[in-house]
Design a binder for this molecule. Sequence first.
Ligand code: NCD
Ligand code: ZN
Length: 344
Amino acid sequence: MTDKLIIRRPDDWHVHLRDGAMLKDVVNYTARQFGRAIVMPNLSPPVTTIKAGRAYRDRILAALDPSLDFTPLITCYLTDTIEAEEVVRGHTEGVFTACKLYPANATTNSAHGVTNIKNISSVLEAMQKSGMPLLVHGEVTHSDVDIFDREAVFIDEVLIGVIADYPELKIVFEHITTQDAADFVNESDSNIAATITPHHLDFNRNAIFQGGIRPHYYCLPIAKREKHRLALRKAATSGSPKFFLGTDTAPHAIGAKESACGCAGIFNAPHAMESYAKTFDEEGALDQLEGFASEHGPKFYGLPINEGKITLERRKTIVPESLKVIDTEIIPFHAGETLEWGIS
Ligand code: NCD
Ligand code: ZN
């Protein structure tokens, strides 16, 4: 039995760091675990210009514990009216690592998202040319589509068309939640990859309704049925370079979650690696964790692998019931549970 695992320092290819006081209180949870992170631009207002991207990066760096070695990678939020020139110049100048596509109203702060993919055709054309990755929140938002089908319908109605029109465009299908998405990515060319969260590997949709409504298990895309969770576990632990780590850590104050209209998002940053280690251990695939967490992402993005290493050990880690953030609390993923792995 493996009790100790030394791997290259991992990266998180999908995080929500927020802004202001919340940013200050959450950023170091991510920076303690990861060398770099792809930072989501769904602020209010969203990050849609080079100027806003630079300023946000500066605010993240200012909030960082100076003893931590962490690089935030900024993304640009695509809107119906964004200019291709701004996006590509932001990439060339090293401000934007990628662009994020939120279908309008798909999730938290996505009201400015794209209403029709045709509206951003010149942007996608330019991104394809410059090798800039497109990160997609893969859900359609039409009211007549069942919430549990949104991801599968997105593949048919949007993604297949985008790939046909821009066959060389690098695309990350983010936080996939279905067997349909895992199969689709597996069968696509090498320019199509996906991130997988620790929570979608850990629980299925029953958790949201266990004995009552459980807002801390609610996130978007919503967790699906068990067969999908099993397909995600298979994909993540398969060793395929198409799948890599992206936590989608998304902090919301306790009052915003435990509400008549609770926000979507799970705050998993504090024990993300311990949670992934649990899944890989349960699957008998600890030897695949380094590829998933530390190698496949940089390879896809064309970035170097981190120099440093981290050590994961089989020892009990108690996750707090709640964490103090700003003047309130956040309930973290695995709250009150004991995990079998710890980082030293
Ligand atoms: C995210 C958030 O709160 O910003 N919420 C979530 O459930 N994942 C937005 C997102 O990535 O969909
Ligand atoms: Zn997200």
